[in-house]
Design a protein around this ligand. Structure first.
Ligand code: HEC
Ligand code: HEC
Ligand code: HEC
Ligand code: HEC
Ligand code: HEC
Ligand code: HEC
Ligand code: HEC
Ligand code: HEC
Length: 484
């Protein structure tokens, strides 16, 4: 085991590309072994072996128990722990936050903090507070949204945790000590195993359901097919897990979004290698800005791109000094590095080109025109500003969020089934619901004018200008449809 003190300093001096591809150091634990295995912690094990035998058993089978890291080493309370409680003669906190784990796992903490996962609570407020309120309610938030996105944990006066906010291990949980996220979102407790976190299920627990089609996409991709057939050859519990070296049967989510490949090390920042934003109404390519304090934010390629050393506003509105900027091209190059362990360069680049073309088609044919029409309807007060109170708003949301996301993610991750399902949903919604609802809400004359302005002039919708053609769907014109 290598426990040498690795340096923060190194991380602060590397260039943006190095940050993407070599930023991570293998499991080096920052503290010296003599600083854990607290004597007082042995009593916890003895008593909990009776009072909660299952939990203690999980711990006994963990790398932590083997390395002599005990209950108190993780659960001891610190000065900034609002949730410190007196328990059987020790001061402990039930919540073990990323900051607590980060005492020993500095590198993982550093990568995880500032990553897109830690923004998962604020993204709801930034983008779609109405979604939770109008479609759901507080109870749906507590048992639904917050389970994946994370709660803001509230500590009551006596140090106990408010039951509407905990238990929770959401990916962006706001902890009493101010840190964000929950390491046990992926590393189930009390084993905290890396093998288990490499499984697709560690991600699809959240990356499924209305907001994320990725479970279905992976399962209907060739990668998912090969993974299913060759699970036993994946070498999941190997210490080192480098694509092409330690396994080759198939990539999992982790291989592409976090994993090591060639000289590129593994990272706990899952968003590093993504060049687009595929979960918005219109996709744009994204620069990643890394601040001196480790915070990060994405900027669209149409925004002004800052230089190193400049001060710009961070996601939370405060100013930060730019340490490095990674372009969409760099981020794509990092992702493609993984492919190259198992595929040729032409193969990987062509696959990426097929994906990018689907994103562009979606943007130009459906994403932009529907967005522009919606903006016009709001600007002219034809729609109220209140989201979701008019049918066309619901169709628009389903168009980009449900169908549009599925099609774009499907193409990104090699599922022909979901690419087509997503695009078929987009097309049916667009022509079958959205456009008729625009005519209805705006009136036929205004509606037709908007449709003409944004749709009819576009090359993508020229087929609408040939209404007299035979209709093979109804069986008419059979045998004649190829004649012209
Ligand atoms: C003499 C027995 C005993 C000892 C010693 C003991 N515990 Fe407990 N602990 C319990 C019992 C019993 C519960 C469950 C109480 C309950 O169900 O409400 C508990 C509950 C807990 C909880 C959950 C609190 C919550 O908010 O739900 C944590 C965390 C915990 N113990 C950690 C520790 C740690 C760390 C130590 C060592 C410093 C320790 N315990 C020592 C018996 C013990
Ligand atoms: C590697 C760090 C770590 C170690 C070691 C550890 N825990 Fe925990 N424990 C956690 C985390 C993380 C949670 C989840 C709490 C949260 O953040 O929501 C937790 C939760 C708990 C809970 C409350 C959740 C539940 O399922 O009831 C109890 C009780 C508990 N731990 C007891 C123990 C005991 C007893 C030991 C020793 C046998 C122990 N822990 C060792 C990290 C640790
Ligand atoms: C099963 C886990 C899960 C649940 C439950 C969940 N989400 Fe999400 N949500 C995700 C994931 C995963 C993403 C990221 C999708 C991506 O980036 O492709 C996401 C993305 C989002 C986004 C940003 C992108 C978008 O799709 O609009 C918003 C806003 C959002 N969720 C709000 C909510 C709200 C509000 C609720 C509850 C009413 C909720 N989510 C419930 C997992 C979940
Ligand atoms: C998004 C899921 C996810 C979250 C959240 C997560 N991890 Fe991990 N972690 C993984 C995966 C997957 C691996 C294995 C990576 C690999 O081998 O490429 C891993 C590996 C590790 C390792 C072993 C590293 C090694 O090289 O042996 C440590 C230590 C670790 N994580 C700590 C943490 C800590 C601390 C946190 C919270 C700050 C955390 N993890 C949060 C998924 C996650
Ligand atoms: C007191 C120091 C300490 C704390 C606190 C700590 N760990 Fe560890 N962790 C270790 C040591 C030591 C190892 C074993 C390292 C090795 O085998 O190379 C380890 C190993 C791991 C591994 C690799 C497990 C495997 O399958 O090989 C993961 C994942 C991990 N820790 C996650 C966490 C998480 C998550 C937390 C917080 C809930 C945490 N650790 C808190 C010291 C700590
Ligand atoms: C506990 C829930 C949860 C788990 C587990 C989880 N995620 Fe996420 N993930 C989310 C949410 C919520 C978002 C959206 C956050 C945002 O956009 O701010 C997200 C966003 C992402 C993104 C989008 C990054 C970007 O560029 O926009 C990627 C990629 C991702 N997750 C990969 C993974 C992988 C790989 C795993 C498993 C190792 C994983 N996630 C596990 C909830 C989760
Ligand atoms: C073969 C590699 C590969 C595998 C396996 C894979 N992904 Fe992806 N994923 C990609 C690529 C490539 C993109 C698009 C990146 C870009 O934007 O350039 C992507 C995009 C995403 C996004 C959207 C990020 C964004 O840009 O908005 C999420 C979320 C995501 N993947 C999660 C997952 C999950 C969860 C799994 C497993 C169920 C998974 N991925 C499996 C390669 C992979
Ligand atoms: C760990 C090895 C591995 C990695 C990494 C990997 N793949 Fe694959 N990929 C495979 C295997 C195995 C197959 C199935 C080959 C077959 O029989 O068609 C496959 C199949 C594919 C297919 C379907 C090919 C076809 O003929 O229909 C595409 C597309 C693809 N991969 C793209 C990618 C991209 C893009 C990346 C990187 C983001 C990537 N792969 C990363 C192993 C890998």
């Amino acid at each position: 085991m290598n426990r040498s003190k690795h340096s923060f300093f190194h991380l602060l001096t590397v260039s943006s590309f190095v940050l993407l591809s070599h930023s991570v150091f293998a499991a080096k634990v920052t503290l010296e072994p003599s600083s854990w295995g607290l004597e007082e912690g042995k009593a916890c094990v003895d008593c909990h072996a009776k009072s909660s035998a299952g939990l203690t058993h999980q711990w006994k089978n963990s790398a932590h128990a083997q390395a002599n890291v005990n209950c108190l080493d993780c659960h001891q309370a610190y000065e900034d722990d609002a949730d410190a409680i007196e328990h059987e003669g020790s001061v402990i906190a039930t919540i073990v936050s990323p900051k607590d784990c980060g005492r020993c796992h500095t590198a993982e903490l550093k990568q995880q903090q500032g990553s897109v996962h830690t923004k998962a609570v604020s993204i709801i407020n930034n983008r779609m507070p109405a979604l939770a309120e109008h479609f759901g309610s507080l109870s749906i938030n507590d048992a639904g949204c917050a389970k994946c996105h994370g709660s803001k944990v509230i500590v009551r006066g006596d140090g106990t945790l408010d039951p509407s906010t905990w238990p929770n291990s959401g990916i962006g949980r706001i902890n009493p000590d101010g840190s964000k996220g929950s390491c046990s979102a992926c590393h189930g407790r009390h084993q905290f195993s890396k093998a288990q976190a490499r499984e697709p299920a560690a991600c699809t627990y959240c990356h499924s359901g209305p907001d994320s089609p990725d479970k279905s996409i992976y399962e209907t991709s060739k990668h998912g097919m090969m993974y299913e057939a060759h699970k036993a050859d994946m070498n999941m519990d190997s210490d080192s897990w480098v694509a092409g070296k330690d396994y080759s049967a198939a990539p999992t989510c982790v291989s592409c979004h976090m994993g090591a490949a060639g000289k590129m090390k593994s990272t706990h920042d899952v968003g590093m290698r993504d060049s687009w934003n595929l979960n918005e109404a219109v996709s744009t390519q994204q620069y990643l800005v890394i601040f001196a304090d480790g915070e990060k934010r994405e900027l669209s390629s149409s925004d002004p791109i800052p230089r190193k050393g400049e001060s710009i506003s961070k996601m939370d509105g405060t100013m930060g000094k730019v340490k490095a900027v990674a372009s969409p091209k760099r981020r794509r190059a990092a992702m493609t590095k993984t492919c190259l362990e198992c595929h040729s360069k032409n193969f990987a680049n062509n696959a990426m080109k097929q994906f990018d073309e689907v994103v562009k088609l979606y943007n130009e044919k459906y994403g932009k025109p529907s967005r522009d029409i919606m903006q016009a309807l709001y600007a002219e007060n034809i729609l109220t500003p209140l989201p979701f109170d008019e049918p066309v708003e619901i169709s628009y949301w389903n168009l980009w969020h449900k169908g549009g996301t599925r099609a774009r993610h499907g193409a990104a991750m090699g599922s022909p089934s979901d690419t087509w399902k997503g695009m078929a949903d987009v097309g049916s919604l667009f022509y079958g619901k959205f456009l008729p609802q625009v005519r209805k809400v705006a009136g036929a004359e205004k509606g037709d004018a908007l449709i003409k302005q944004y749709i009819n002039e576009s090359e993508h919708h020229q087929w609408l200008n040939h209404p007299a053609k035979a209709n093979p769907i109804l069986g008419y014109g059979k045998g004649s449809s190829n004649e012209d």
